[in-house]
Write a protein that binds this ligand. Structure first.
Ligand code: NAP
Length: 340
């Protein structure tokens, strides 16, 4: 299959491209920066032919059309993730129009296999005992969260019309070889670089390599719309740190904060952006997720696709070793993992 990929120079997209190529498919990338394609894929000895790199934007119908022409499948991974208030409109516009042009465009063309990357966070509301695919779509408070929710409504309506769209719902995504140190990888980095935070709720992640393998399976499904949650086990925060301590051979420095305090700091952070606009990751949404996340159930994904997610310890180890290898963390910070 020739698969058009958006976000191919990002974390999820680059891993998914590598999985598709390894399985014998070819790719066509719609990217903002051709030089980044070389920076991301050269270390893996992967040369994407120039004719298969379309420089453009997911909000530009002409570049989307050019990238999609001649393709049999689509993976739409691209999203603008920027938490500054000044960028709110741009974030919402980019992500919703992108989903409309790419997922909607692929459906209109009648492409047989369309994969859209959503987020498990669209299922989240505080107070639920567990998240699952039967829940209504949640709105969120940031422009990014609202853009994912609105895109989700659009993509599901296309599914309801019978288009062969497969949606993945990742929890926090961790793993090596991240071109830009995205959300969960950045959180893990700060826990080691600065200090860990223990609170209420759970930490639930999926390994980016498992997510890429899941996208490959979704793409190769013979027909119909499908939805799959992509998540490993939800670890209560003390258990998350116990696994890390065991891996590194010492106790990671950490402080305990009540969930209510972190949630209040998220509200204050969002409010401060009215006067000082900064890309502060501790938003109200993020603190709700960190302190109230009940866990999302991926049992149906495992049964339907015969898919197993690797144990969190394996993901944490690979991510920490990569954080050191890429120069983000000093080797001493990851203890005995640095020697193995
Ligand atoms: N990371 C997580 O924990 C997480 C969790 C749940 C869901 N997700 C979803 O997973 C998907 C992939 O995220 P990621 O973690 O891989 O983030 P990422 O590394 O920031 O990748 C986002 C990609 O989107 C591209 N992009 C942004 N705006 C664009 C535009 N206007 N036109 C074309 N391309 C554009 C970026 O291009 P450049 O390479 O040029 O920057 C980048 O390649 C997103 O849909 C996100 O919502 C992520």
């Amino acid at each position: 299959m020739r698969i058009m990929v958006t976000g191919g120079t990002g974390f999820v997209g680059s891993h998914s491209v590598r999985a598709f190529l390894a399985a014998g498919h070819s790719v066509r990338l719609l990217v903002r920066d051709a030089a980044k394609v070389r920076r991301v894929f050269d270390p893996f000895d992967l040369a994407i032919p120039e004719r298969d790199v379309i420089v453009g934007d997911i909000t530009d119908a002409a570049s989307v059309e050019a990238a999609m022409t001649g393709c049999d499948g689509v993976l739409h991974c691209a999203a603008l993730i920027d938490l500054r208030r000044s960028q709110a409109q741009r974030v919402h516009h980019t992500n919703t129009l992108g989903a409309e042009l790419i997922v909607g465009g692929a459906a209109r063309r009648g492409l047989p296999s369309i994969v859209y990357v959503s987020s498990a966070s669209v299922l989240f509301r505080p107070g639920l005992p567990e998240l699952h695919l039967g829940l209504p779509i949640a709105d969120g408070t940031t422009a990014y969260a609202r853009s994912k929710a609105d895109s989700e409504h659009h993509v599901r309506s296309l599914q309801d019309d019978g288009h062969p769209i497969r949606i993945s719902y990742p929890s926090g995504i961790l793993g090596p070889d991240d071109p830009d140190l995205t959300g969960s990888n950045y959180a893990l980095y700060t826990f080691f670089h600065d200090m860990g935070i223990v609170t209420s709720g759970t930490f639930q992640s999926v390994d980016v390599r498992d997510l890429a393998a899941l996208h490959l399976r979704q793409l190769e499904l013979p027909d119909g719309p499908h939805r799959h949650i992509a998540a490993g086990p939800a670890l209560p925060w003390p258990e998350f740190y116990r696994v890390l301590d065991e891996l590194i051979g010492h106790r990671l420095r950490r402080l305990t904060f009540p969930g209510a305090l972190l949630r209040a700091s998220g509200i204050v952070g969002d409010w401060v952006k009215h006067v000082w606009d900064f890309d502060y990751p501790m938003t109200r949404d993020a603190m709700e997720f960190a302190t109230h996340w009940p866990g999302v159930d991926a049992a149906a994904t495992r049964t339907e696709l015969g898919f197993e997610f690797r144990p969190p310890a394996e993901t944490f180890a690979a991510t920490l070793r990569w954080l050191v290898h890429a120069g983000h963390l000093e080797p001493r910070l990851i203890g005995k993992l640095a020697d193995s």
